[in-house]
Design a protein around this ligand. Sequence first.
Ligand code: MTE
Length: 383
Amino acid sequence: MNSSIPSDQTSRENIQAPFAARIIRENEPENLEFPFSSLNSAITPTEQFFIRSHFPVPKISPETYRLKVDGHIERPLEISYDDLLKMPSTRVTMTLECAGNSRIFLSPKVSGLQWELGAVSNAEWVGVSLSEVLNRVGVKPGTVDIILEGADSGEIKKEPNSPGKITYARSIPLAKAFEKEVILAYQMNGEPLPAAHGFPLRAIVPGWYGMASVKWVNRISVSSVPFRGYWQTLDYTYWETRNGLPIELLPVSEIEVKAEIARPGLHEVLPANSVYRMHGAAWTGESEIAKVEVSTDGGKIWSATQLLGASAKYAWRLWEFHWRTPAEPGRYTVMARATDARGRTQPMVRDAHRGGYVITHVQPILVEVRKVQGSASSESYNI
Ligand code: MTE
């Protein structure tokens, strides 16, 4: 270590990405993608963490901010930012994936932001367990849903239109809301939440797609009837099917198992007869990753990859596979697929009933293997 560099600066450098860019999917409101090919650490640096916002970022002063709790409860409550910071805290490492991640791979094209692989990121969050707050207010018997409402608002002027100006709100069922890891977070990767990620307070709902983790939460409503708000019924929904028949439109909720390949990227050129490190991440909902396999021949043969680090429920697991590339130059199709501890495996084909959400079918990536002049064939090709 260079002794002239203060230790806090070096540790900061260690978690910095090789470049701090994000990919623009929309400028206003700002919707930015994590460049997934730059994945090189389990925790996504905050400056690379993807951003998904439906409305402009609301300006909230921590001095005047209040979290209001109302509805089907014994004692309505208002809590200041300072009082939230004084409550017992819970830490959770969680992978946040937008339900529309990978939408660009759908064919025919589906409307919505055309995310590639990076509407997903992983961070360490600190906050107050939602159950702590609910215990303070005394949830009445017969409660069904806990509605989390954000301070951001606007009007959706394209189909399906909103009924005028609305706020962003989603609900979670009572049992999920009382899980200790469901928190009202005020810290992300050791720092106060950045404005774009929900300052001063956001929900973190591990195991569920990102739409449940409501940012800028300023109101919690306890409800004795199912919540049927805009983001619960007109958006972020999918068709539940029985015997091939779409029977019910349900809100998107739990994350499905998925692996993504960071490298190689589409059309990447790899040296023939060399060792190439394929790598990526895999995650799932209320379970853990059991295995990630790769195929380098278009899906005929699958080989186990090495899972890296320790398994942590709700956080993605990095994986790698050292591929001896073919001696024969040409085009090859590589794929990855994950299986979780519940035995769920990624499907090979897309289920159309999922609409524009929950895109987890295996993605083929075409790469080109070429003879590289003068390179020793056994050399590893580092990233
Ligand atoms: N909360 C509010 N208030 N407004 C929003 O637009 N977007 C949701 C969720 N929470 C949203 C929100 C969606 S769709 C996702 S994927 C995540 O926030 C994204 O969180 P991030 O921007 O911190 O990555």
